[in-house]
Design a protein around this ligand. Sequence first.
Ligand SMILES: Cc1cc2nc3c(=O)[nH]c(=O)nc-3n(C[C@H](O)[C@H](O)[C@H](O)COP(=O)(O)OP(=O)(O)OC[C@H]3O[C@@H](n4cnc5c(N)ncnc54)[C@H](O)[C@@H]3O)c2cc1C
Ligand code: SF4
Length: 370
Amino acid sequence: MGTARLQNLLKKKWTEQDVLNMVGKYEQTYLGVAKNDRIRLGGASGGVATAILAFALEHGLIDGALVCRSRVFDGQRVRTEFYIARNLEQLLLSQDSKYVQTRFVPEALRLIDGFDGKLAVVGLPCDLTVLKKRIQRDPQVAAKIVFTIGLFCGHNTQPELIDSIIQKLRPNANSNLTNYRFRIGLWRGYSLARFDEDTVIEKQSAYYNLYQNLYFFCQKKCLYCHDHFAFNADIAIGDIWSYHLKNTNIKYNCLICKNERGSELISSAHDAGYIKLNPATIEEILDGQARGAPTHNNTSAKSQAAARFGMNIPDRHNRKVKWHQYMVAWIIIFNYNWSMNKKYSWLIFKIPRKFLKAYLVLFKGLESLK
Ligand SMILES: Cc1cc2nc3c(=O)[nH]c(=O)nc-3n(C[C@H](O)[C@H](O)[C@H](O)COP(=O)(O)OP(=O)(O)OC[C@H]3O[C@@H](n4cnc5c(N)ncnc54)[C@H](O)[C@@H]3O)c2cc1C
Ligand code: SF4
């Protein structure tokens, strides 16, 4: 059977209820890309998050943008750091997706409290929910936040995974890691690790994401989460994983404007020449997240599978769970628990990659079923 026929067979149909459950209310949807080549080429996807912030800073809508960059500590540990960017050069340092635990509450909220001026905030869906609660009870914070950009989010990962990957990449015991990029380039992209001045190791992003996509070392909070498209953002931005875009020479972002504020901002950034937009339907956007988003949103399956492992994940939706949805959730909880087991977690890195790839194909295959 041809790939196109198989894809058609597996193509999911999205009901209004699916959209409401996964996305919530929204106004406009687009595919987009940053017009400035420097921003576009440095982006995790099409650079639209950075382009919108650049537009807002350069047009005086905001005085600063709260963003997140990677930092290397002790020549070996890749961690994240929130900071407030005030110009394009500072914004560019935040490009790339950091697939490693962040510290939004202690770091970002403190920066927001201490900032005197108008702010935009980029964050993961869970972080923007925390921020929304803060805005609701603190008028000073409410007055500062002009808009928020939420990143689509499958899940995030504990630092143990990146630490082990860096160990594998290190050319020799004395090499010092000086810079790390999780994912750049077209389609799935590649990662870059720089050791000392002169050694740059480039790997397909799958080198890290093979473990990440199987939920090894997933953060515990992500098992409980159902927010893939940032319910509480003004604009939600993500990738588009549709195969017809695989061989294009531009990587697009998906954009969902969640409210009037988000819609106005997107059209102003477009009119000012910062982003290029193509119309897209919400169905196209969901097609591009057809595996990860329903899995993420399905707390019923996660709740049932977790019970088998003696864990309690509240079921927010009380949906009927199909056998393959249960299997997907079971694998997620099993792999999470395996990673957390101090005695056996090292075995994960002893599994030959070809077996892990087969495991991922099985996992994705189950996720693809309707
Ligand atoms: C943990 C994680 C999981 C993701 N899962 C998905 C997914 O399942 N599907 C999907 O389509 N997209 C996902 N994304 C989003 C996607 O990878 C891109 O970040 C998004 O498309 C924006 O791309 P861009 O080129 O416009 O951003 P860029 O111009 O490269 O800018 C990146 C922006 O993201 C911010 N940022 C990066 N990492 C973090 C972080 N960990 N916490 C807070 N802010 C951060 C930076 O501050 C910067 O403002 C995920 C991102 C992360 C960090
Ligand atoms: S999956 Fe949910 S809890 Fe986990 S990082 Fe993403 S938004 Fe936050």
